[in-house]
Every structure is written in C-alpha cells, then in structure tokens.
Design a protein around this ligand. Structure first.
Ligand SMILES: [Zn+2]
Length: 231
C-alpha cells in the first residue's frame, strides 16, 4: 500500500426493508495524485455519494454511527476484526481494485491468512429483516471442502432422511435396514451422492458434488445394495 495515505470510513447509511440502517463505506485519500473522496458503497438517505454530503454527515455523525480505519496494515486489520465477513470481502476487493491495497483476513476453517481477494464469504446469517449477511470468510480450498464437524452433522441429517425413505421404499427389508447405525446410513448416503455426481451443500458453503436429496440418490438402488454398501 505504498503511497496511499488516508482512511476507510464505515458509517450508518440508509436502510432497507426490515432493517433500520446498513453499513456504508467510503475512502478518503489525503495525499498524492489519488487524493479525494471515494464512494465504496452508499445507500438510502444517509448514504454519501459526494464529498460535500460526506462533510455534512461527518459534522453531524454520532460516535457510534461512524468508524474510521487508517489505510494501513494495522488499521485494516481492525476493520476486518470489527466487520461482517461479506463487507470485509466487498470492501477488500474494492480497495485492491482501486488502489492495489491488500486486505488480509483469516480463513474460518484452516486459520491461515489470505488476501480477501482470494477468499469467499459463506455461513449465512439473517440480520433481523429480509437481508442476509455472510458471517464467515474462507480460503478457496476450505470453501470447497467441508470440515469434519460440518460433514458429521450433514451425515447425521442424511441418515435420518435415509431411515424414513428406506422404510417407505423397502417395507419388506425394514427390519434388516433398521439395524443399520446412523453412521452407516450417513456413509451409504455419501457413497451414493458421490456415485451420482452430487454435492453436499452445508451452511451456505458449497462443496464439489452437486446437491441431491435422499429420494434422488435412492432411485436406482435396492435394499440389498444399501445393506451391501453399509458393510
Ligand atoms: Zn482455509
């Protein structure tokens, strides 16, 4: 970030349906040929799309409505620390494209640092209204690979669905199928999913196999197949 001196501004801009306000972002560069006011994201009635609007807002802003981060490694680290993952990604990409400034963040799964331009936002959470925000940042590798805890949970869910579907589909083998453990059923589901070219979709993260439900993966399977695969 050589030569770029200034601040990233995070402030309460305009609202959207269901939320009273949302964070807006601007940058002010104080020196050099890039000096000026830059709009990163502005919305609604308090969004500032010009330097003049910003001046007025700044004079009247309450402390909790405005945060300033210097465009330095330390300043941007505290921005990353304090802010929603989706915003970190959006603002990080903007700063890189506009000024070549790299914003570094930590991958939620593997704990390693990456420039946000090489990361993806996931882990959906609501914000009380219709808007959905991302709560976590992942490196590309982790984004495409489920972690063990998430996979275990998904296998368990799949096992419960498998149990119901198998009972409906193979009433003659229900006793034998009932003896299978959750773990075995989850494992069979995963084998069938991979065989069919399906993918797991877990907590807003998408993995390498196209998503399918239990009914689909069981379509061409017999009770004997399931019992065989479980062993
Ligand atoms: Zn990672």
């Amino acid at each position: 970030m050589d030569g770029i001196k200034g601040e990233l501004l995070q402030y309460k801009g305009g609202g959207y349906s269901g939320c009273i306000w949302e964070w807006n972002y601007s940058a002010v560069v104080t020196e050099g040929e890039c000096a000026g006011y830059y709009v990163i994201y502005a919305s609604g009635r308090y969004g500032c799309t010009t330097a003049e609007q910003w001046e007025v807002f700044e004079q009247n802003a309450r402390e909790r409505d405005l945060y300033r981060y210097t465009l330095t490694e330390a300043g941007l680290a505290s921005f990353v620390e304090e802010s929603n993952a989706g915003h970190v990604k959006g603002v990080g990409d903007w700063l890189y494209n506009e000024f070549g400034i790299e914003v570094m963040a930590t991958c939620e799964d593997c704990g390693r640092e990456f420039p946000t331009t090489d990361m993806l936002a996931g882990g959906l959470e609501g914000c009380g209204g219709i808007a959905v925000q991302f709560s976590e940042l992942f490196c590309e590798n982790c984004y495409l690979t489920p972690n063990e805890g998430q996979l275990d949970e998904a296998r368990w869910d799949a096992a419960q669905d498998m149990r119901k579907s198998l009972a409906a589909r193979f009433p003659e083998a229900v006793d034998e199928l009932d003896e299978l453990e959750d773990e075995q059923l989850g494992d069979v589901f995963e084998q069938l999913l991979r065989r069919a070219g399906g993918y797991w979709e877990i907590e807003g993260k998408r993995y390498t196999y196209p998503s399918m439900d239990v009914v689909t993966v069981l379509r061409d399977v017999t009770a004997a197949d399931v019992l065989h695969m479980a062993r």
